[in-house]
Write a protein that binds this ligand. Structure first.
Ligand SMILES: [Zn+2]
Length: 83
């Protein structure tokens, strides 16, 4: 038999019309916590999670409320200012 499954996760996302930067690995599609846009979480070469739009542009660059959240949608931490 020569029925080898050729479905990779990259293939599945590419078929869905998603683009992501070279060297990064697509992880999962989710909705932005801020603007509810569909985004693709990828794992960058540095091992960090980063959200991307379908066209391969960083969602942080286009999200209208990007400043209200940090990566992974985690609530922003308050920073103490040294006195
Ligand atoms: Zn957004």
């Amino acid at each position: 038999m020569t029925t080898e499954p050729t479905h990779t996760i990259e293939e599945a996302f590419a078929r869905g019309g998603w683009h992501w930067p070279e060297g990064a690995r697509p992880y999962r599609v989710a909705r932005c916590h801020g603007c509810t846009e569909l985004i693709l979480w990828v794992i960058t070469r540095l091992g960090r999670m980063a959200p991307y739009n379908r066209d391969g542009i960083s969602h942080f660059a286009t999200c209208p409320v990007a400043q209200s959240f940090r990566r992974d949608g985690a609530p922003q931490r308050k920073r103490r200012t040294p006195i």
